[in-house]
Ligand binder design. Structure first.
Ligand SMILES: CC(C)(COP(=O)(O)OP(=O)(O)OC[C@H]1O[C@@H](n2cnc3c(N)ncnc32)[C@H](O)[C@@H]1OP(=O)(O)O)[C@@H](O)C(=O)NCCC(=O)NCCS
Length: 138
């Protein structure tokens, strides 16, 4: 597991295209994201990435994806982000997930994320987004 900076934008774009074939984010998009204040990025060498944005004592998972599913990479990335957030004094981690994304929802539920809301017809295909939150111990 490495903590990645803007130099990894091209590698991130390649992995993102595999994990999200319908909505790839390109290299410039990642370069911009990684240059933002409070952005932390983890890359798993077996094929996975996670971006976490922190503002004061709150965090948001901006994206997570793996290129080799069901090998524990997603869980490892989430645990890394949660541990990192806790060390930074983060109290809550937010994220949003498509209602029909059963794999991601199962992962988040197993880690203790709870639903806080629903954004109706949030995605271009008309599906809803669920907002989830994990409260960290103070
Ligand atoms: C969601 C995602 C990151 C999970 O990563 P992963 O490395 O495959 O997940 P892991 O192997 O760490 O699995 C951890 C847990 O997640 C759940 N899970 C993962 N894939 C699942 C699937 N296809 N169906 C049901 N549950 C699943 C299980 O609870 C699993 O625990 P278990 O293996 O002990 O049963 C991956 O499926 C992915 O990249 N999806 C495409 C991109 C995406 O949708 N990202 C999330 C956007 S909100």
């Amino acid at each position: 597991m490495i903590e990645a900076g803007p130099a990894y934008a091209a590698a991130l774009a390649q992995m993102h295209a595999v994990a999200f074939p319908d909505e790839p984010w390109d290299e410039p998009a990642f370069a911009t994201l990684l240059g933002q204040l409070g952005m932390v990025c983890f890359i798993e060498s077996r094929g996975g990435f996670l971006l976490l944005r922190t503002v004061l004592d709150e965090g948001e998972i901006i994206t997570i994806g793996v290129t080799a599913p069901r090998q524990g990479i997603g869980r490892g990335l989430m645990l890394q982000a949660i541990g990192d957030a806790a060390r930074r004094g983060i109290r809550k981690i937010h994220l949003e997930v498509a209602q029909q994304n059963t794999a991601a929802r199962a992962l988040y539920a197993a880690l203790g994320f709870a639903q806080t809301g629903r954004r109706k017809a949030y995605y271009p295909d008309g599906s809803d987004a669920l907002t989830l939150c994990l409260e960290l111990e103070g």
